[in-house]
Write a protein that binds this ligand. Sequence first.
Ligand SMILES: Cc1cc2nc3c(=O)[nH]c(=O)nc-3n(C[C@H](O)[C@H](O)[C@H](O)COP(=O)(O)OP(=O)(O)OC[C@H]3O[C@@H](n4cnc5c(N)ncnc54)[C@H](O)[C@@H]3O)c2cc1C
Length: 400
Amino acid sequence: MPTPTPTRAAGLDALEDFVPRAGAAYARDRNHDDGPSRSNVSGLSPYLRHRLVTEQEVVEAVLAHTGLGAAEKFVQEVFWRTYWKGWLEQNPEVWRRYRHDVAQLTAGDLPPGHHDAVEGRSGIDAMDAWVRELVDTGYLHNHTRMWFASIWVFTLGLPWQLGADFFHRHLLDGDAASNTLSWRWVAGLQTRGKTYLATASNISRFTDGRFSPAGLATTARALDEEALPARTPVDPADVVGRVGDRVGLLLHEEDLEAGSLLAERPDLVHTLLATAVSADAGARSPSGVSPVVAAFTAGAVADAAARTPDASGRPARVLTDAAPATVLSWARAEGLDTVVVPFAPVGPVAERLEALRPVLDAEGIALVTVRRRWDGTAWPHAARGFFPFRERIPALVRQL
Ligand SMILES: Cc1cc2nc3c(=O)[nH]c(=O)nc-3n(C[C@H](O)[C@H](O)[C@H](O)COP(=O)(O)OP(=O)(O)OC[C@H]3O[C@@H](n4cnc5c(N)ncnc54)[C@H](O)[C@@H]3O)c2cc1C
């Protein structure tokens, strides 16, 4: 798999290249991790994660070529992303606790074995190779992520939150929902009591014999946690806030594709007086992100800025940082009364927008969030497990 270039054009090329492989071949071969050159999966996740390319575009391209029958498995995988986001949206306490736990765990002495594990010196050859691959490339195959998380929790006995944090800091596609909830799933917290146990024979089979680690845990007792509060239903409104006359658009790293977002809302924004992009990849973790992730995010932001001119044709301004004061000074300088932003699902960007809102409010500037129809339509169905959600995918595909 080539190192992804952080532009929408490169993402669309990667999509075009993958589309002929999204049918039966994907369903048959996708679980194999035969090394970094893999062609059995799409490698689209860094693009989807920042919405340089959208879920809708990916599903439409695959369906136009292959149809839902043969591409069902691939389409379901794309909807896993949507499902996790919808589930976390309705259970934000899970993110709050995760943030709290990571802050506490990284503030004190780290548990024995942690340092060796993240330095690729655990002594388990497969883990050590995967650490190097993750750190160097920002990517791991899905099956490998499952084995890694399982060995981290059940063989090395390390806190799942620190493993999730390590992934979040290093994955180009690092995502609050997919990452946190997948780690919880492996640990037996997400589907309560059901864990994922990595075995040497499974690893050997699906790495085509590259690895067959000895000494792995043979049992996986589910972790436990305090019961979660009742679910918060998804807000039915796709647009929250009142749009004034002097409107600016502020993109962020959760959604860098203004064209299709605003095309869904032609009623909302007639004239964009100013456009800007801000990002803070480092907010994913108290320990910041890897240079590979920082560079990909910065590249994606620069690409979005060039693609998002305002009404007079000026490219979007890349804000020096994502602090509320920086956004406020841009909005003031442009004389805005409204800052429109793509809706940010539960995660670091949503936290940032929560801090920004009162700062803009105090200056009489409204912060208006616009959620894509894709999210607004699918998320309410992510209230329970994935299987009831999966039943709805054909109907969702028709609707969307
Ligand atoms: C412990 C663990 C942590 C993970 N952390 C992340 C993360 O931070 N960000 C992330 O995007 N995915 C995460 N995943 C899910 C999955 O591993 C990746 O989305 C996938 O490997 C990306 O590679 P791809 O684009 O080649 O996938 P493909 O197999 O080509 O799938 C196409 C797209 O579908 C979505 N997708 C596929 N599988 C999953 C899945 N299981 N869950 C959610 N979405 C999926 C992705 O957007 C992906 O790009 C994690 C999985 C595990 C087990």
